[in-house]
Design a protein around this ligand. Structure first.
Ligand code: 26V
Length: 748
């Protein structure tokens, strides 16, 4: 296969061709010579249903996975073409953040582990919007990723299927994308909606605005579209191979529901079995329960989907009937099992005038899992406590992971070679061997090599930032980075205040010997999320003020990179010293950026939240900078009362930083963003108490941690901390996560 591909690429003549043309020709040469598996004939397979797959750039990754990246680079060089020029081809951003990137890491790992796991999602015409800053404000533009062509997918015309809504029929046409592993290539199947303008809308945008009824209905259509297409595929294939007795269905198929978006798949499954194959209702439910599993990715109430009954009734009357029957069955089951009234009320599928998708998922799932140990514990103790009390056997933890192929081998060839030179290259297939690097943590020569790599990656990052954003980074500075979705619970605003405090200390001369520091931010805000947009503007204002201040601008720099995406992340995680993971304890389900930074040798400056806890367990607390209230304390503060204003009053430096929101230091162009942020901290706003995310509680300790890092950075000890983090990261490989899913949940 390799030889065939390389020969086909050798035959390509680059003369007079554009980058896009060449990209398509080379990709086609690969596609023509590989075989993509779309199903199993004998063995059980698992299906990963997700509304997002945040794949990133496929070109280099696919060549790497095929083991021909270097060969292709050499062939092209001989033709006078640099393989780097394909960096112009932009990512397919069919996802928003961690949830979608996790899905991409998981299918990568499964292919690498030779496991039959197939992704199923939506082929959005436009991915997540492209972000630009206009006077520091976020502006959104459509992400027309197909303008570069889409050589990495195959349209499966013959496998189209009709999806029925009350008011229209929509055709789902699958496109198969290869997910390449060493010994197998699995399909990621993305469905495109066709059949007229209204039908096409369904796969037009990822997360269409849902601030109107029309928008909400469109999202519901998307979720059902994916669910019905996927379930249709699975059942049709099963019946073709096994006939219409469904007793063995769950012996051949396991389905993972990635959050609640595809939960209707389990309901649709019951609908098809009962309505189209005359399976009795109770039996259909039983089979669904053996087949479907649900992963929860957040406990934030505003992100837990509840669909108004009337929407489901209007668009999907048969699904409505099944949900009502499930709700009755749940009542009967609970009564029979003697479930407490209050527990039943909390677990109930029908919640007021809505159907709770999370409760439906828990009712129908074989296993329910959280994505880091603490997150699973919180699910068991709070969000799903009643279900856990009554069905403890359903709940399992699978801590997230990341693929070391994209997040180390591909994005950090330099560090990968250094590792090879110490422990050989077997770790590239068996990442557990990476732990062998710990033995080199005292080896001065290796540490020197590590420092050199970090310096080189910082230089590359600086080049990239200059090319993309036109900003020159301070040379030889500590790089602190906070890159992730913009959300109040992630507390980018707290980092902004910490920077302001440091700025004021620098101005007053209180800080001597401050090591030059760059704070990098990257984040997109949901277009309608007013406060998040205010935070972006606020940080951009801080950035501008510091850059213009000759007293400090050689010591401190704040850069908010625009259009943060997977490709940007690949540069940032390698060139950073300090990974900022500062969510309010209990609210970041896991985080996966934290793992990418760790793997590339950054220390974590963060709270005891999500996977940070396990990171610190593996790499040692003393090798990281942990601060802030832990989950117990946050609960106590919530119960006993928390008064941020009292803290502001006692801490003039904090007060000064917070008041820059309203004292005229900065301007938001009279749009009210900053006043709204200020109010959210001091008086509370829209159903939240003041400082709902406990910034005032944690800020002093945060500033302290950042300054401790600044002091430690100049010592050799700091490099050792970074190195040990890298050497301890094997556990956070998605190879480990996927193996756990395969064993504990899918039984494949
Ligand atoms: C979605 C929304 C949408 C409505 C507005 C508020 C809001 C807040 C959060 C979310 C997140 C949805 C789920 C999600 O992306 N969770 C992330 O999943 C990652 C993979 O498991 C995990 O590492 C992150 O901690 C978690 O936030």
């Amino acid at each position: 296969m390799k030889e065939k591909i390389l020969n086909a690429i050798k035959a390509i003549d680059p003369q007079g061709k554009t980058v896009v043309q060449l990209y398509n020709e080379i990709s086609d040469a690969v596609m023509k010579n590989i075989e993509i598996k779309t199903c199993e004939t004998q063995n059980k397979a698992a299906y990963y249903l997700s509304i997002e797959f945040l794949i990133g750039r496929m070109f280099y990754n696919n060549l790497l996975e095929l083991g021909i990246l270097e060969d292709v680079a050499n062939i092209l060089r001989e033709k006078g073409v640099s393989i780097q020029m394909f960096e112009e081809i932009e990512d397919a951003a069919l996802g928003n953040g961690g949830l979608g990137r996790l899905a991409a890491c998981f299918i990568d790992s499964a292919a690498g582990l030779n496991l039959p796991l197939y992704g199923m999602g939506i082929r959005y015409k436009y991915g997540l919007f492209k972000q630009r800053f206009e006077d520091g404000f976020q502006e959104e533009f459509p992400d027309d990723w197909q303008s570069f062509g889409d050589p990495w997918s195959i349209r499966k015309e013959g496998e189209r299927r009709v999806i029925r809504f009350a008011d229209m029929d929509v055709t789902a046409v699958p496109y198969d994308v290869p997910i390449i592993g060493k010994d197998r290539i699995n399909a990621l199947r993305l469905y495109q909606a066709e059949g007229g303008k209204k039908a096409e809308q369904i796969s037009e945008y990822l997360y269409p605005a849902d601030d109107t009824e029309e928008g909400k209905l469109l999202r519901l259509r998307q979720e059902y579209f994916l669910s019905a297409a996927a379930v249709g595929d699975l059942i049709e294939r099963y019946v073709r191979e096994n006939g219409k007795g469904f007793a063995a269905f769950s012996k051949k198929n396991a389905v993972q529901l990635n959050d609640t978006h595809p939960v209707l798949a389990a309901v649709e499954f019951i609908r098809v079995l009962t309505h189209e194959y005359s399976v009795p209702f109770a039996k259909a439910v039983m089979i669904a329960r053996e087949t479907f599993n649900y992963t929860n990715h957040t406990i934030l109430p505003e992100a837990l989907e509840c669909w108004p009954k009337k929407y489901i009734q209007a668009l999907l009357p048969d699904i409505y009937d099944i949900l009502v029957k499930l709700d009755s069955k749940q009542r009967r089951d609970c009564r029979k099992a003697g479930v407490e009234k209050a527990d039943y009320a909390a677990m109930r599928i029908v919640q007021g005038t809505t159907f709770s998708m999370a409760n439906t998922a828990v009712f129908l799932a074989n296993k329910v899992n959280g994505v880091a140990r603490i997150h699973t514990e919180i699910l068991k103790e709070s969000l799903f406590a009643p279900a856990y009390r009554n069905m403890p056997e359903k709940f399992v933890n699978v801590t997230n992971g990341i693929t070391q192929r994209r997040w180390l081998q591909l994005c950090n060839a330099e560090l990968s070679s250094l590792i090879d030179s110490c422990i050989g290259s077997k770790w590239r297939e068996d990442v557990s061997l990476l732990g062998g690097m710990k033995e080199f943590a005292q080896d001065e020569k290796v540490l020197d090599g590590f420092v050199k790599v970090k310096r080189e990656k910082k230089a590359q990052l600086a080049q990239y930032v200059q090319a993309k954003d036109g900003i020159v980074l301070l040379p030889n500075a500590i790089v602190y980075a906070q890159v992730k979705r913009l959300h109040e619970y992630k507390r980018q605003l707290m980092t902004a205040f910490a920077i302001l405090e440091i700025y004021h200390k620098l101005k007053s001369g209180e800080l001597k010997d401050f090591y030059p520091s760059v704070f990098l931010f990257g984040a997109k805000s949901a277009p309608a999320y007013f406060r998040a947009k205010g935070i972006i503007k606020f940080i951009n204002e801080i950035s501008k003020m510091i850059a213009a201040d000759g007293d400090v601008n050689q010591k401190l720099q704040v850069v908010f990179v625009s259009n943060y995406n997977v490709s940007y992340a690949e540069k940032i995680v390698t060139g950073t010293d300090v990974s900022l993971q500062v969510s309010t304890a209990g609210l970041e389900a896991s985080g996966t950026g934290n793992m990418k930074f760790m793997l590339n040798g950054s220390v974590t400056c963060g709270t005891m939240d999500g996977a940070n806890i396990e990171i610190v367990e593996h790499a040692g607390r003393s090798n990281n900078y942990i601060f802030g209230a832990e989950v117990d304390e946050i609960s106590r503060l919530k119960a006993e009362g928390y008064d941020p204003n009292a803290i502001f009053a006692k801490d003039p430096q904090m007060k000064r930083a917070v008041e820059t929101l309203i004292d005229g230091t900065f301007t938001d162009g009279g749009k009210g963003y900053f006043q709204e942020l200020y109010n959210s901290l001091t008086v509370g706003a829209s159903w939240h108490k003041p400082d709902h995310y406990f910034i005032a509680r944690d800020l002093p300790e945060y500033v302290d941690a950042l300054l401790r890092i600044n002091k430690d950075y100049a010592s050799s000890d700091f490099v050792k901390k970074q190195f040990i983090n890298m050497a301890s990261a094997a556990y956070f490989s998605s190879d480990r996560s996927v193996s756990e899913y395969a064993e504990k949940i899918w039984k494949i």
